[in-house]
Design a protein. Structure first.
Length: 402
């Protein structure tokens, strides 16, 4: 299907431009009219030489999916048919990968496939949670409401990930800078001083000798050390991809002294938010728990959720097996118990998620406040120690001359 490049103005008089896929120029013009664009230029776009190479195509981001979900919810709520809504959204989509995906979904829906089943053919973009909620929305006739809830859920999940990445970025950058500076000093700066000290002839102070030995070791084994580091990183990834290895690493992470409490709070917030959203959408409790377990992102939480699902099939409540896992705080268990007793479990789960979102915010702020002075002391001590060790012989030389 040819692609047409267009320039025009929207209903507010604002200039816009983009690309649209259509069978003909007349069909492209019709699609632009549907989205209230008055074109001033409409011509067939030149073919992309890399269109058949997936590695050169843009990736579909979470933001793309959120915007699509919001827009589709608005269109369905306004009474537009699903196929027409997908056609319009695909036409105005600038991400070529996502555009092709939406067109494929539209064609599958037109051929008689359900919307959820059509989305399941693209698991890298639409996960189990998304597809199950769409399925519940189609069955219940509330697709617009489900899409709106999905968009809200995804926005909160993305905000949570952004907070965690923000907290990890600062110490990671500081550590990388420290390693680079140390490597440069040991490989390029210290040898110059070492040659000068050798000409001096006397014994070096102990700190200086340690630094010189370290410099010689790094220079002689730099490529071996780099290869060993790469091997360790690859080995950890391989181990994490195994069932047993991932469980051990996740147990270590969730019980870590500094980051462990934050990881646990993030896991609880994600569990309650996801389960509450699915129950709100009318997904059965067992199906919800299965999806929540698979999307937990932590093997410890995943196994705990699956044990809860097994216990529910035996006729028990949610709160009892949750408490037995030892993963979830007692406050969470008690609030879920109250939610079950009052028949408002979904609402209670949303309240718990809101509370733990705030807890995560506070934990990130506290951790950042704690890490900043520690990293400053670490960097200052490391670089300052190297500089002092190099200047000790010079001070000694000056005292001898004096």
């Amino acid at each position: 299907m040819p692609v047409y490049a267009w320039k025009g103005v929207n209903s507010y008089g604002e200039k816009r431009k983009g690309k649209i896929e259509a069978h003909s120029q007349a069909a492209a013009l019709s699609l632009l009219k549907k989205i209230r664009i008055k074109p001033t230029v409409l011509k067939e776009a030149p073919k992309d030489l890399f269109a058949n190479f997936a590695m050169f195509q843009p990736k579909v981001t979470g933001k793309d999916v959120v915007i699509f979900t919001r827009q589709l919810s608005t269109m369905i709520d306004a009474g537009l048919p699903l196929v027409q809504s997908l056609e319009i959204l695909a036409g105005q989509q600038e991400n070529t990968t996502f555009k092709k995906m939406l067109n494929d979904i539209r064609l599958d829906v037109e051929s008689g496939m359900t919307f959820a089943d059509a989305m399941k053919k693209h698991p890298k973009v639409f996960d189990n949670l998304y597809c199950n909620m769409i399925d519940a929305g189609e069955v219940g006739g509330i697709l617009d409401t489900i899409l709106n809830r999905l968009a809200g859920f995804m926005e909160k999940s993305m905000a949570l990930k952004k907070k965690i990445k923000g907290a990890m970025t600062y110490p990671a950058i500081c550590l990388c800078i420290a390693l680079v500076i140390t490597a440069v000093i040991l490989i390029f700066v210290v040898p110059v001083f070492a040659k000068m000290f050798a000409d001096f002839g006397s014994a070096l102070p102990v700190p200086t000798q340690i630094v010189v030995n370290a410099s010689n070791f790094v220079k002689s084994n730099f490529f071996f050390m780099a290869a060993a580091l790469a091997f360790v990183v690859v080995a950890i990834k391989k181990i994490y991809n195994t069932e047993r290895g991932r469980k051990k690493i996740d147990v270590m992470l969730i019980n870590a002294p500094v980051f462990g409490p934050l990881i646990r709070k993030v896991a609880v917030a994600k569990f309650t938010r996801t389960l509450g959203t699915m129950l709100h959408s009318g997904v059965p409790i067992l199906d919800s728990l299965t999806v929540v377990g698979k999307t937990a992102g932590n093997k410890v939480i995943e196994q705990a959720v699956f044990r809860v699902a097994d216990s529910i099939t035996e006729g028990r409540s949610i709160a009892e097996p949750l408490e037995e896992t030892g993963v979830f705080p007692s406050m969470v268990v008690q609030m879920i118990n109250v939610g079950e007793a009052t028949g408002a479990l979904d609402t209670m789960l949303d309240k718990i998620a809101d509370f733990y979102d705030e807890e995560v915010d506070q934990a990130v702020e506290n951790m950042t406040a704690m890490i900043e002075p520690f990293m400053m002391v670490f960097l200052g001590g490391l670089i300052g120690g190297l500089v002092i060790a190099m200047y000790l012989p010079i001070f000694k030389m000056a005292s001898v001359i004096g």
